[in-house]
Design a protein around this ligand. Structure first.
Ligand SMILES: Nc1ncnc2c1ncn2[C@@H]1O[C@H](COP(=O)(O)OP(=O)(O)OP(=O)(O)O)[C@@H](O)[C@H]1O
Length: 557
C-alpha cells in the first residue's frame, strides 16, 4: 500500500488528495516518527513492578500464536508449595485474600493441573502465557469459589472467566440456561459472545444474547428454553425477561458480572438484584470482574458473593501500564478544537483514534465539525439505533472509520486492539471513567497514547486524574502533584452531572453546525420510527400467518 491514506480510504470513499496534500505528507511523516517512537517504547523498560505482560514485551504488534502444543508434550504437574505460590503471586503483583488455590504457572497447566479438554487447549493455542488475572482466577473458578477480581483494563479478564466457565460446563446439555453473563452494554455483550464463539469451537455451545427478538421466541415457544446453555444480557433486558417470566434461570450454576462496579452502581444495582434472586440454584457460583472498584461498591459486591476470594492485580484504580498518558491545558472550550486540529497537524492523530465526549449532543456536534475537516469519522452513542451502533463498531474495527467519537457507552470493555490514541475531548466525570476510557488503548501489552484536554472549569477535578496517572507510573509535572484534591461533594456532583460547557459549535463559532445537529436528530428519529413501524408490520404478518395456519389446521381436521 503506497500510503496510509489509501489504506484508510480503501472502502471506496472519495478522498480529495489534492486538497489534503499537506495533511497526507504530515500524516505519512508522522507514521515514520511513530514507528520510531514505538521502537523506543519497545526498548524502554517499564518499571518491573508495572510490567504485567512480562515476556509479551510491550509492542504494537499483535501477539503471535504459540506453536501448537501436541498432547504428548505436557509434562506432569507438580503443584507449587505455599511459599512458591506466594512468590509467584508477588512476581505477578497478584494479591489474594485467601490461599485457596495456587496460581497457574503456564498455559500448559490448564491441561496438567485442571485437566482442560483438548478442544479448549487447541482454541487457546494462540496464548503464549497466562496473564496474572487468568493465572489466579481460573483455578479458583474451577474449584467452585466465588471470585471478586480487580485487574487492569486490557489484562485478559474475559478469558479469565470464559475459560473456567466452558471447562466447568463441560458439554452442551439440553437443560436450559446454565450460565449467565451480564454486561452493561450491548457492544460488550456482543464482544463477549464473539470471544466465546472463538474459544468454544468444537462444541456446539448454545449461546444467546437476550434481545427483543429472541425474548419473544423464548416466550412463545417454551420448548426452545431447553436449547440454551449460556445467556449474555444487559441487566435491564434480563430483568424485564425475568419479571415477565420469559426466561427461567433456576438452573443457572454460573453467574458472571463483567464491569461489575458499573453494574453495582445506582441505577443498575436493582436490576442485578433481581437477576441474582432469579438464579436460585443452590450451587450457584458468582464471579465479579472489573478494572476499578470504588470502596462504596466493594461493600455491595461482597454482599452478593458467598465466601469470595478477592483478587487485586497491580495497583487499585490505576490505568493500564502501556498507556502513555498526557494532560493538555486548552484554556476554554474554544481551545479544544484548535488543540485537536493541532494534533492532526503534528501527526499525533494516528488512526484508529477514539474520542470521548460527555454527551450525545456534543458527540454529534463534534462529528459535524470533523466531517467538515474531511476526517474519516463516525459517532456512537445511546441514541443511535442498535443496527447503527453495530455497524459503526464493525467499521471501526475494520479500519474503515479511523476517528470514532463516543460517549461513555464505549468506555468499558470494548477491545479494539490497535487503537493508537484515546482523546478525552471532554474531561471524564470520575477517575473510574478515566481509567476505562484510556484503557481502550494499550491493551494486551501493547503501547498506546491517551491525551486529556482540560479547561479552567475542569481544573478543580484535575487531581483525581493526576492520581491515576501517578499510580500508573506516568511522569506528572511537580505542580500537578501539589494540586488540591476535589472535595467529596465536588466529586459526587460531577459524577451526577457533567460540567456545563459551551457547545462545540458555539466554541468553534460555526453555527451552521446546529442545523446539522437538528437534521441528524431528525434522521435518527425517523429511522427509529421506521424501525418501530417495521416491527409492528412484522408482528401483524406473524399473527396473520398464525391465523392462516390455525385455519388450515382446523380445515384439515
Ligand atoms: N494470555 C494472553 N496473552 C495475550 N493476549 C491475551 C491474553 N489473554 C487475553 N488476551 C487478549 O488481550 C486483549 C484484552 O483482553 P480483555 O478484553 O479480556 O481485557 P479486559 O481485562 O477484560 O479489559 P477491560 O477491563 O477493558 O474490559 C484481548 O484482545 C485478548 O484476546
Amino acid at each position: 500500500m503506497s500510503d496510509a491514506f489509501s489504506l484508510l480510504t480503501k472502502s471506496g470513499t472519495f478522498f480529495n488528495k489534492n486538497k489534503f496534500n499537506n495533511d497526507i505528507k504530515l500524516f505519512n511523516k508522522s507514521q515514520r516518527q511513530d514507528a520510531q517512537q514505538v521502537n523506543q517504547h519497545d526498548t524502554q523498560q517499564l518499571p518491573k513492578d508495572l510490567d504485567f505482560f512480562g515476556d509479551l514485551k510491550h509492542s504494537d504488534k499483535p501477539v503471535k500464536p504459540a506453536k501448537q502444543q501436541s498432547e504428548t508434550q505436557y509434562t506432569q504437574y507438580t503443584p507449587p508449595t505455599i511459599d512458591e505460590s506466594n512468590k509467584l503471586r508477588k512476581q505477578m503483583h497478584v494479591n489474594v485474600s485467601d490461599n485457596a488455590q495456587p496460581p497457574l504457572r503456564s498455559v500448559q497447566e490448564l491441561k496438567t493441573a485442571l485437566n482442560f479438554e483438548n478442544y479448549l487447549m487447541r482454541n487457546i493455542s494462540f496464548l503464549n502465557e497466562l496473564t496474572p488475572v487468568q493465572s489466579q482466577a481460573i483455578p479458583l473458578a474451577c474449584s467452585d469459589r466465588d471470585v471478586l477480581a480487580v485487574a487492569p483494563t486490557g489484562s485478559g479478564k474475559t478469558l479469565a472467566y470464559l475459560l473456567p466457565l466452558l471447562h466447568t460446563l463441560a458439554q452442551p446439555k439440553k437443560e436450559g440456561f446454565r450460565a449467565v453473563i451480564i454486561s452493561p452494554t450491548r457492544e460488550l455483550a456482543q464482544q463477549i459472545r464473539n470471544e466465546l464463539a472463538r474459544v468454544g469451537i468444537g462444541r456446539r455451545w448454545r449461546v444467546s444474547i437476550l434481545s427483543k427478538a429472541n425474548q419473544a421466541t423464548i416466550k412463545s415457544d417454551p420448548s426452545t428454553r431447553s436449547k440454551h446453555d449460556i445467556l449474555i444480557s444487559t441487566p435491564l433486558r434480563l430483568k424485564h425477561a425475568i419479571e415477565s417470566e420469559e426466561v427461567d434461570l433456576s438452573n443457572v450454576r454460573n453467574l458472571i458480572l463483567d464491569e461489575a462496579d458499573r453494574l453495582l452502581e445506582m441505577g443498575f444495582v436493582d436490576q442485578v438484584d433481581t437477576i441474582v434472586g432469579a438464579c436460585s440454584h443452590p450451587s450457584l457460583r458468582k464471579s465479579l470482574f472489573t478494572a476499578t472498584l470504588p470502596a462504596s461498591v466493594e461493600e455491595i459486591a461482597q454482599n452478593i458473593l458467598r465466601l469470595p476470594v478477592r483478587m487485586l492485580i497491580g495497583r487499585k484504580d490505576a490505568a493500564a501500564q502501556g498507556v502513555n498518558q498526557k494532560l493538555t491545558y486548552v484554556g476554554r472550550e474554544d481551545g479544544k478544537l484548535l488543540a485537536l486540529r493541532q494534533l492532526v497537524q503534528e501527526g499525533q492523530m494516528k488512526p484508529p483514534v477514539l474520542i470521548f465526549v460527555q454527551s450525545v449532543d456534543r458527540a454529534n456536534e463534534l462529528f459535524n465539525e470533523l466531517v467538515y475537516d474531511g476526517v474519516r469519522v463516525d459517532v456512537i452513542h445511546g441514541e443511535r439505533t442498535p443496527a447503527q451502533r453495530d455497524d459503526v463498531v464493525r467499521q471501526f474495527r475494520r479500519g474503515d472509520v479511523w476517528v470514532l467519537i463516543a460517549t461513555d457507552v464505549l468506555a468499558r470493555g470494548i477491545d479494539v486492539q490497535a487503537i493508537n490514541l484515546v482523546l478525552n475531548y471532554d474531561f471524564p466525570q470520575s477517575p473510574a471513567s478515566y481509567v476505562h476510557r484510556v484503557g481502550r488503548t494499550g491493551r494486551a501489552g501493547r503501547v498506546g497514547q491517551a491525551i486529556t484536554f482540560f479547561t479552567n472549569d475542569d481544573a478543580p477535578y484535575l487531581k483525581s486524574v493526576v492520581n491515576v496517572m501517578k499510580s500508573s507510573g506516568c511522569d506528572v509535572p511537580e505542580w500537578m502533584l501539589k494540586l488540591k484534591k476535589p472535595s467529596s461533594n465536588q466529586r459526587k456532583a460531577l459524577k451526577k452531572r457533567p460540567i456545563e460547557r459551551e457547545t462545540v459549535h458555539e466554541a468553534a463559532g460555526t453555527n451552521v453546525g446546529r442545523e446539522d445537529v437538528r437534521k441528524h436528530k431528525q434522521i435518527v428519529n425517523a429511522s427509529k420510527r421506521r424501525k418501530v413501524a417495521n416491527e409492528v408490520k412484522e408482528q401483524d404478518q406473524h399473527q396473520e400467518q398464525d391465523q392462516e395456519h390455525k385455519h388450515s389446521d382446523d380445515q384439515s381436521r
